[in-house]
Ligand binder design. Sequence first.
Ligand code: SAH
Ligand code: SF4
Ligand code: F3S
Length: 463
Amino acid sequence: MEKLAGEKFFIRTFGCQMNVHDSEQLATIMTEAGYERTGDEGAAAVILVNTCSIRDKVAQKIVSQLGRYRTRKIKNPGLIIGVGGCLAQHWGREIFKRAPHVDLVFGTHVLHEVPELVGRVKNGYRMVMDTAFREDIPSLDICAAVTNGNGRLNLQAFVTIMQGCDNFCAYCVVPYLRGRERSRPAAAIIREIEALVGRGVREVTLLGQNVNSYGRGLAEETSFPALLEKINAIPGLERIRFTTSHPKDLSDGLISCFGRLEKLCEHIHLPFQAGANRVLERMNRGYTREEYLSRIEMLRKRCPDIAVTADVMVGFPGETETDFEATLTLMEAVRFDGLFSFMYSEREGTQALSFADKVPEQEKRRRLMILQALQDRHTLEKNRALIGKPVSVLVEGASKNDRREMTGRTRTNKIVNFAGSGDLRGQTVSLCITAAYLHSLRGEPRKEGKADVYRNEDRRADH
Ligand code: SAH
Ligand code: SF4
Ligand code: F3S
């Protein structure tokens, strides 16, 4: 493989947190192969686009982005453009047809091979492609760099605990693009987190399409709650988050971890997708509205202050006005802290593609607007309820909007801005919430003067 020391690469990422993490691992692979990462696209000799195929709109955005790279390539014919990730896995050679200036297409299982594939392009090969699925995915074990684009240490890190998905929800492309579900051995995960903590990381987010089924298929007898117990015991780690949980696999064992494992943050992201049972069934989700609501009730009984967020979509084929209203009444019943909402998007290869009774685009848009207006009311209501309450905030750094302000997150994953100095970065401070908005909170130190460093004993009582 040809190595050009210092040759610069740039990565652009679309899609979910898993893809963001894949990009960090890809950057580590490229750096180890002798390339140098740049945040300046114009200075790059290699541009890698890590893509997503979850909805048509995302795919269209990526196609436009690739179109813009054509001009760059005309100006600089030596520029190498590689397209990887889920859309590359989905479309394969089609990418070369839609964007003939692309040199390289790589799938979701072959990140470790990218330097070699780039090398092939340099040696004169055209339309280089590898989208094969692998039994083992070597890049899963790569401990991604913990510094951001500016060389600054990150306090948070993602850690993959499982890959792929076996759920085959009727609307979803992920199982076809990420392959079969497989869990990483606990020892490898623990080792990775210990290494991250050693490099200054304080908070980890465990990643998987369906983290509750962690352990299935592993030689060792284990489960997601058992993994959480082990991670909770890692010295120096302060916070644990995870995403995404599937309601059908949310066990009592996992619910009992909240409030018991002191590092596990009081937040769960639990997509519900729809509120009507006939829609949930057609989606192949594996739970009913009543089961979903009873899981939420159990969670709140166990941990009254837990923040609950979810994903939902409108306009799934056959969704009637009554079905849509059932989604709204579920929202009223739960009162989510936040919601990611989408219009159903037809995806090639999925079961729902063949379903009749498609909902017109305009109607989907109308439903989405009604749903989002309701959620905004709930989000604001939830945030306002925190006014006057104490929260512990892991300080991430200066606020983007006002450099004199510091910003951080509560254990419930809400952004809090407060007046403070840069030396608080990396500390966990105790603040009192003084104002609440749709997307953030304002706080002030609970005691006079400098915010006191948050103590371990306080943790359970706070948010
Ligand atoms: N594995 C996770 C989510 C993966 S995709 C889970 O099961 O919850 C993230 C979200 O995108 C989904 O929760 C769903 O709400 C949305 N989504 C997936 N496919 C979609 C489609 N075809 N149209 C619209 N939204 C979709
Ligand atoms: Fe897609 Fe369903 Fe798997 Fe989530 S659980 S990735 S929505 S198939
Ligand atoms: Fe993620 Fe998009 Fe793939 S949501 S798993 S990058 S299709």
